[in-house]
Design a protein around this ligand. Structure first.
Ligand SMILES: [Zn+2]
Length: 137
């Protein structure tokens, strides 16, 4: 008398019908490159900016970072929006948008990735981790 583990049967059925992974694995994460020579993290580079190495491997960011620069843009848009440079915790910098009132975003604010690719502009969108007006040191 023996019985089959149910989990194995369910996994086999799921992969056979293609029900696993309904969306692409990259839709909610920023992929970046890390130099295999010196370990420097970078974004959309072909050569390492530090050692000029060309052996880069792709890694996935955990999605948290800090605002390094933020600018309010009024051009070509009905409403003001901000364009920010975000230094990710892995050490590379990406350009994206932070949700919330444009004037409420400052250098040093901590943010978390909300959407890796804005459907309209194709740029990453972040949300603030802290309240915009809280003073912290
Ligand atoms: Zn390098």
């Amino acid at each position: 008398m023996y019985h089959h583990p149910g989990s194995v049967a369910q996994q086999a059925a799921g992969s056979a019908t293609g029900l696993l992974a309904p969306k692409g694995p990259d839709s909610d994460a920023i992929l970046f490159q890390r130099c295999t020579w010196c370990g420097t993290a970078m974004f959309h580079r072909l050569l390492c900016p530090v050692c000029r190495g060309s052996e880069l491997r792709t890694e996935r960011s955990e999605g948290t970072g800090t605002v390094r620069h933020s600018t309010v843009v009024h051009r070509n848009t009905p409403a003001a929006r901000n364009v920010s440079l975000i230094e990710m915790s892995e050490g590379f910098v990406v350009r994206g948008r932070v949700m919330g009132p444009p004037i409420g975003i400052h250098s040093g604010d901590r943010v978390r990735l909300s959407t890796a690719k804005d459907p309209v502009r194709g740029e990453p969108v972040f949300q603030l981790l802290d309240e915009p007006y809280r003073a912290w040191s």
